[in-house]
Design a protein. Sequence first.
Length: 134
Amino acid sequence: MAIVHIGKLALQEPESGTANFVFELVEQMRSMILHLVSRCLEESLETEVDRILGRQRYVRRRRAKRKETGVYCSRCRSHQRQDFRRNGHYLRQLALQWGRVNVQVPQAKCRCGGYVHLKYQTLRPRKRIWDDLA
């Protein structure tokens, strides 16, 4: 049995010499590629939220500098990043050449309870087919 490590992922050769070995290997590689793309996109989105909010995760809002951002609250129209906080994630699917990938997109909420419309550079609004990764 051969195991090839790719970071924390591993490809595993089946113990029995099956005729579908190449198909199974390609299928394992495809699923790993989709997983890696998903993780990379999620990390990129988290970095963008850190940049927009001006602070890392678990850092209090009152410790952040008061500054206006390019995003705003849908209810009170506040542009102050100190008024915004993280509010979980929502699931978004993207179609790639290798298949569909699920991405957890971060959300933000204002102190008044309104939603903050985050403008990501990584993902464009309403784009579901991503041909940038060929």
